[in-house]
Design a protein around this ligand. Structure first.
Ligand code: CA
Length: 259
């Protein structure tokens, strides 16, 4: 534990709350974390601000798409919360524009919830979506999951553990109770893509883009289904009731192995 003297300088990659950390160790150097809310409805902005303040040092707000994009460019935040119904632009266009240059996770707020729309949003680069009305607890849980995922990608030698399995991302191995599980390169890539995005629904197009770099192989969805079925046979206890690689009907797949 840090007990005074010269504070160690280290970057906070762990999703521990920087606000709480700084309060506890006032001389510790913690990289500040900020969030940008793009939403034209001010009562909802207030609710969002209140929900985000415990996890972020700064919460900034914009009421229009134009102001929001400027704010994200200036602030380079750790999270963007984007409402779909904005007065000056379609939320999905804003999402696409942000994704072109912004690496922060984008959480979409939406009043609509058709599968087609969800697929379009995820394909446009959104990391997750939450439907209005939402509870503060649900929003905070989604946000923490997004931050946790962002930190996995930054870790120097990441390992992902789920059930009896350990994935060594650097060594490209999967072990079950210490024994190697043999996966084909495609199965490994599918599992890796799903696992580093744990909790997030990836569309068929996104998985295809990540694993096959967008090359077309006839019926892409059927091709994907076949490889997912093979992967499940190797890692799931019951392929008919999968615990780790879960189907999101009409949308894609989600990894449910880690909290
Ligand atoms: Ca709105």
């Amino acid at each position: 534990m840090y007990k005074g003297g010269t504070p160690p300088r280290w970057r906070c990659r762990h999703p521990i709350r920087p606000v709480a950390l700084r309060r506890r160790y006032p001389r510790l150097h913690v990289v500040p974390r900020s969030a940008v809310i793009i939403e034209d409805d001010s009562p909802i902005r207030r609710v969002l601000r209140h929900a985000l303040e415990s996890d972020f040092d700064r919460v900034l707000e914009a009421g229009t798409a134009t102001a929001g994009i400027d704010l994200v460019a200036a602030e380079q935040p750790s999270l963007v919360v984007l409402d779909l119904g904005l007065p000056d632009a379609e939320g999905i266009d804003v999402c696409r524009e942000l994704r072109a240059w912004c690496i922060a996770p984008i959480l979409i707020l939406s009043a609509r919830h058709s599968d087609t729309e969800k697929v379009a949003l995820l394909d446009a680069g959104a990391d997750d979506y939450i439907t209005k009305p939402f509870s503060t607890a649900e929003l905070q849980a989604r946000v923490r999951a997004l931050l946790r995922r962002a930190s996995i990608g930054n870790a120097p030698s990441p390992r992902i553990e789920f059930g009896p399995y350990v994935m060594d991302l650097a060594g490209r191995t999967l072990r079950r109770d210490g024994e190697i599980v043999h996966l084909t390169p495609i199965e490994w890539e599918l599992l890796r893509t799903l696992a580093v995005n744990a909790g997030r629904t990836l569309t068929h197009t996104q998985l295809f883009g990540a694993v096959w770099a967008g090359r077309r192989y006839g019926d892409a969805q059927q091709y994907l289904r076949t490889h997912i079925a093979n992967l499940r046979r190797k890692i799931e206890a019951d392929v008919l009731d999968p615990r780790y690689v879960v189907t999101e009907p009409g949308i894609g797949y989600r990894f449910a192995g880690t909290p």
